[in-house]
Design a protein around this ligand. Structure first.
Ligand code: PLP
Length: 958
């Protein structure tokens, strides 16, 4: 390799952990002569791709950034007054730098290991408190994917609550005409498959009767009008229905809350709390409701509990934690859900406080009012009697306005009905409002001579109805009132960050979740204004850069999966499952086979699979797995034949959730096709496929990709993520549409390309690794897993391997025997790993009582060795309990994790030493990570459910 080639492949060497010497040593440990041999032994020959992937060659990080600058310049950042759920916002620099651009925050995993997640759990509790306060409802979850899906989730929750039995007695849902178009489109997609009938109308003249289970309204509505819904809500309640209100947190700083108006659920987007528009996302949606509905709520709920020392500790509340764990009994499939963006929004509220937020809202409102007054002087009247930030016009020629506005680099929102609206936001300056007036003056070819001046705002009254002026308090908790100076704010975020173990501390070997490197060069452009500042509904000609990236990335992903078309719309893997199953459903329907609604799902599947299936109205039939962890082909065949007249699909994960490349996968796909079904492949394990095999080659018809697993988007503590789907020609006509793209059929997200701005990360990943790099990544993921397996199987039983005794990119360690022999459970091992400085692998999925380890290609041998050393040392500790050398209950495993307070306390009453507790191996002394709380008590918190910040005084000093 000459020096110039070496430069181009630089990123491959940075992304992939093991170097040449590591590789040699690891192969020797495994007993393989070469990487090729290991891969040949692991991946069945029948499904191997023989050709190199048709992807571009690798470029260096420097080359990538220079090239991307050119692409970015094709995006034109105009002043956006479009609104419709996306607003200009000012991300406080202190939050941008310390959260958004900080791997300590964005590389975190979902907070299942509560003891090393107290920072983000506290921040998410702040989010819940902020949402509960502003919406006036007692319970809020910790974020959903976007406003439109949040509205659909609310509809579904209310539907299932009212129609508790199988017999749907109240199928109708009233949808007010004036909700955002994209929200309506997602409601349409989600309603019909589960038997909901949408009825559109004007809330002022609907007769809601006993056939309605509920209604949805928007406040302020899609035209910006602020209406009083109290009597409508009473009417729906009187008929036994429930009411969902879509709302805007910033407007609620001035307006009576939905809770006070009587709403049962309030949903919306927290985007304008400091999160850039990013051409559609990622942003956190919120969902708040009455106490009665907490068990049916989608998403995750953070709650307050105590730890083993009796100290306050946070964790995900309620045993079910997330809906999809209920599998086919679930009513929602939300898994990955924008945690990082919820944290940013919460920090925005912490930074500004109630008064600061109200000032921001007031400034926007007064500027909006002055624009209305200025236009009125020109003889242009807008329609909203009361409004917050949006003016709506029907009496002016929108085509002429659009042409003139674009001359001034300004975008308004133009409706299909010929009306248009202007929405102001936090970034709108007094100067901007004068430009808006100038646009209309130029059109009218006259001047009012009137200029809006900042000085004129002091005593202006709100253009809001007296009856809807907010009187209740919000954000009164201390946390929203003390972090005002930048120093304090910076330290608060750092304090929380320090409590959390993320990838900048040590490897996070979560099986099925692929916590690989999120390279800085992949991340940096996400903050560029050319990508952050674009409104998703801005004219396409202003988004040339995004168009190019969307097109190229879609092609790359189709190539990698062996398919022909791709939709980048779904915001998570689970949304991808839903969207993919919809394409199958539409395909059958188009062939007059709408009765094909049975979906076969192996017992080992992730919980989102059955949850997504029931959401598209499919009936789940479970397929067994055999002793070796493979799909029981006989059982699959029997069931496929039994249901051959109604078989819709198979959902299958490959390599299996057990970490094995099943030899029979092609036969399995064939059996399904022979019986009239199609094959959905859950692509969560694509990190074992890229470049070696593909879903298309294997025989699947559609798959989703978790870009936040295989393609380097960081997990953000539980989101963002992206779950694009790739399909073959049969299914291509049914991919999700969007009004912006001309047809909204099967729309699953609010924005046409979901969380568009983070597509950049996966785009960078593929560009910089290139065709051979992405394949190498797969090979090294398999090498790393097999190396760890080789080291650990001398001490633990490893479940399920392929026919040559190799694993794929992950493997399962069985901890069940220790329950019998030592009273030690999988959870004890998981918590003990914290003392060794590691996040536990995936716990009890897909097999209870086990851990699943997935190292990824990004970890080098030294890190893998540290983890293996920790596991081996833990094995010794277990043996000591087995032999009676250690106490059965008072031992380092049962008491794990050990906090600093416990280890440094005056008293130490345990039969093992403090050093054994906290510094069990030498490497730990070099990089000690202290958990901020001891083992968290889950049941205590569920018995005393608290899901908002409690009064500070309720926890005395321990
Ligand atoms: C992660 C995962 C999912 C869900 O994906 P999200 O992006 O979290 O919605 C589905 N199936 C499997 C096997 C997974 O590992």
């Amino acid at each position: 390799m000459n020096l110039f080639e070496q430069q181009s492949s630089e990123f491959q060497r940075r992304h992939i952990g093991p170097n040449a010497d590591d590789t040699k040593a690891m192969l020797a440990t495994i007993g393989a002569s070469s990487l090729d041999e290991l891969i040949s032994k692991t991946v069945p020959d029948a499904i191997r791709i023989k050709e190199p992937l048709a992807l571009p060659q690798a470029i260096s990080e420097f080359e990538y950034l220079s090239e991307l600058k050119k692409t970015a310049s094709k995006n034109k950042v105009y002043k956006n007054y479009i609104g419709q759920g996306y607003y200009g916002t000012i991300t406080p620099s202190v939050i941008l730098r310390n959260v958004f651009e900080n791997p300590g925050w964005y590389t975190q995993y979902t907070p299942y290991q509560a003891e090393i997640s107290q920072g983000r759990l506290e921040s998410l509790l702040n989010f819940q408190t902020m949402v509960a306060d502003l919406t006036g409802l007692p319970i809020s979850n910790a974020s959903l994917l976007d406003e439109a899906t949040a509205a659909a989730e609310a509809m579904a929750m209310v539907f299932h609550h009212i129609n508790k039995t199988d017999k749907i007695t109240r199928p109708r849902f009233f949808v007010d005409n004036n909700i955002f178009a994209q929200t309506k489109d997602v409601l349409v997609t989600r309603a019909e498959p589960i038997g909901i009938e949408l009825v559109y109308g004007d809330y002022t003249d609907v007769a809601a009767d006993e056939t309605y289970f509920g209604a949805i309204l928007q406040y302020p509505n899609s035209n910006g009008s602020v209406e009083d819904y109290r009597s409508f809500i009473e009417k729906v309640h009187a008929a036994g229905g429930l009411v969902v209100v879509v709302t805007d947190l910033l407007a609620l700083t001035l307006l009576t809350s939905p809770g006070e108006l009587g709403a049962d659920v309030a949903v919306g987007s927290a985007q304008r709390f400091g999160v850039p528009m990013g051409y559609g996302g990622p942003h956190a949606a919120f969902f708040a409701t009455q106490d009665d509905f907490k068990r049916g709520m989608p998403g995750r709920l953070i709650g307050v509990s105590i730890d083993a020392q009796g100290n306050r500790a946070l964790r995900m509340a309620l045993q079910t934690r997330e809906q999809h764990i209920k599998r086919e009994k679930a009513t929602s499939n939300i898994c990955t859900a924008q945690a990082l963006l919820a944290n940013m929004a919460a920090m925005y509220a912490v930074y500004h406080g109630a008064a600061g937020l109200k000032d921001i809202a007031t400034r926007i409102h007064l500027l909006t009012k002055s624009v209305a007054e200025g236009l009125s002087r020109l003889g242009i009247e807008q329609n909203n009697k009361y409004y917050f930030d949006t003016l709506h016009f029907t009496s002016v020629n929108a085509v002429a306005v659009k042409a003139m506005a674009e001359k001034y680099h300004s975008n308004f929102h133009y409706s299909p009905d010929g009306s248009f609206s202007i929405t102001l936001d936090e970034t709108t300056s007094v100067e901007d409002t004068n430009t808006i007036l100038k646009i209309f003056e130029s059109l009218a070819e006259k001047s009012t001579g009137h200029r809006i001046e900042a000085a004129s705002f002091t005593e202006t009254a709100y253009q809001l109805p007296e009856a809807l002026l907010r009187t209740s308090e919000y954000l009164t908790h201390e946390v929203f009132n003390v972090h005002r100076s930048e120093s304090q704010m910076m330290r608060y975020m750092k304090q929380l960050e320090n409590k959390d173990l993320s990838l900048n501390t040590s490897m996070i070997s979560l099986g099925s979740c692929t916590m690989k490197l999120n390279a800085a060069t992949e991340m940096i452009p996400v903050s560029w204004p050319e990508f952050g500042g674009l409104h998703p509904f801005a004219p396409a000609e202003q988004a040339g850069g995004y168009q190019q990236i969307v097109e190229e990335l879609g092609e790359y992903l189709a190539t990698i999966t062996g398919f022909t078309a791709c939709s980048l719309q779904p915001n998570s893997g689970a949304q991808g499952e839903y969207a993919g199953l919809l394409t199958i459903r539409s395909y059958h329907a188009a062939r007059n086979e709408a009765h094909r609604n049975v979906v076969l799902i192996p017992i080992s599947a992730h919980g989102t699979n059955p949850a997504s299936a029931v959401m598209v109205g499919f009936k789940v039939v479970v397929v067994k797995c055999d002793e070796a962890g493979n799909i029981d082909v006989a059982d699959l065949k029997a069931k496929a034949e039994q249901y051959k007249d109604t078989l819709g699909a198979l959902m299958v994960t490959y390599p299996s959730t057990h970490g094995v490349f099943e030899e029979t996968i092609k036969d399995i796909c064939q059996i399904i096709h022979d019986n009239g079904g199609l094959v959905y492949m859950d692509g969560a394990n694509m990190n074992a496929q890229v470049g070696l095999t593909s879903p298309g080659m294997i025989g699947a018809d559609v798959c989703h990709l978790n870009l936040h697993k295989t393609f380097a988007i960081p997990h953000g503590g539980g989101g963002p993520g992206m779950g694009p789907i790739c399909v073959n020609d049969k299914l291509a006509p049914y991919l999700p549409g969007h009004a912006v793209l001309g047809d909204s059929k099967n729309a699953v997200s609010a924005a046409q390309y979901g969380s568009a701005s983070i597509l950049l990360i996966s785009y960078a990943y593929i560009k910089m690794l290139g065709a051979d790099g992405v394949k190498m990544a797969t090979e090294y993921a398999i090498l790393n897993a097999n190396y760890m397996k080789a080291r650990l199987e001398k001490h633990y039983k490893v479940l399920y391997t392929g026919k040559n005794d190799t694993c794929a990119h992950e493997f399962i360690v069985d901890l069940r025997p220790f329950k019998q022999s030592a009273g030690i459970e999988a959870e004890d091992v998981a918590k003990r790993l914290i003392d060794y400085g590691f996040h536990a692998p995936t716990l009890s999925f897909p097999v209870p009582g086990t851990i699943m380890i997935e190292p990824t290609e990004s970890e080098d041998k030294a890190e893998l060795d540290r983890f293996c050393d920790a596991m081996i040392s833990i094995c010794e500790e277990i043996k000591a309990v087995e032999s009676g050398k250690s106490d059965k209950t008072d031992n380092p495993l049962k008491n794990a994790p050990h906090t600093q307070q416990v280890v440094c306390a005056d008293e130490w009453a345990h039969p093992y030493t403090r050093k054994e507790a906290a510094f069990p191996l030498h490497y730990v002394t070099l990089n000690k990570f202290w958990p901020s709380v001891a083992r968290v008590n889950n049941t205590y918190g569920d018995r005393n459910l608290i899901c908002t910040c409690e009064p500070t005084s309720s926890y005395a000093e321990a």
